[in-house]
Design a protein around this ligand. Structure first.
Ligand SMILES: [Zn+2]
Length: 223
């Protein structure tokens, strides 16, 4: 499993609800959490690891020591939005891009955890960002005109980087990626066909730039 980068087609896939929470789904969630912590992200959606499922993980502290803030969300749905607030966002699938995005201040969400229990009171901005991923929506889509304009060069660079990796054979052709997503979506046990190996990931996903104080210091640091 690896985090895919813009403009990988999985990021534009609208995922369907999971119908069962099986061993494979638990394994995906565990792997996604591990990847998220490794990349120092606050959240990670299944689309970002090339999986077509409505599954996301988050921890607003980005700290693996603070498991009480860790959440696995299955089939999350926004039932209600209140207020409006601008805030800076980044995304693990769009490295080096940080821009202000206007979102609802609070959302009421319906979701299930791995035990099939309903979840409440989760951090709104991360949640909206991650649920957007499940719908194939990126935070670049939600930016204002000026933020969009100033993001163009970073996006162009990511696009040509992606195409070059494809030409080198490090990323499969888009048609192949889409075929795999469809096969996974149709698979009753959520199992993928065998895939290629994996390069490393980067910081982002609801997290401000590394140069700014991202989160409250906790005293515990990764090794
Ligand atoms: Zn993201």
């Amino acid at each position: 499993m690896k985090i895919v980068k813009y403009p990988h087609p999985a990021l534009r896939h609208k995922s369907r609800d999971l119908t069962i929470i099986d061993k494979q789904v638990r394994l995906y969630a565990a792997q996604m959490l591990e990847l998220m912590y490794e990349a120092k992200g606050l959240g990670l959606a299944a689309n970002q690891v090339d999986l077509p499922f409505r599954l996301l993980v988050m921890n607003s502290t980005a700290d693996p020591q603070q498991r009480e803030h860790e959440h696995v969300l299955i089939n999350p749905q926004i039932l209600d939005r209140k207020g409006s607030m601008e805030g800076e966002e980044g995304c693990l699938s769009l490295p080096d891009l940080y821009q202000k995005v206007r979102r609802a201040k609070t959302v009421t969400v319906q979701a299930y955890n791995l035990d099939g229990q309903a979840l409440e009171n989760l951090p709104s901005r991360i949640l909206q960002h991650e649920i957007d991923h499940l719908d194939g929506v990126l935070f670049t889509d939600k930016m204002g005109t000026i933020a969009k304009l100033s993001s163009r060069s970073v996006l162009r660079a990511l696009e040509s980087e992606y195409r070059r990796a494809q030409e080198r054979g490090e990323i499969p052709p888009d048609a192949e990626i889409l075929k795999r997503l469809a096969a996974l979506e149709a698979s009753p046990d959520h199992l993928p066909p065998p895939g290629p190996p994996e390069p490393p990931a980067q910081a982002g996903d609801g997290q401000p730039p590394p140069s700014r104080p991202a989160r409250a210091p906790t005293g515990s640091r990764p090794r």
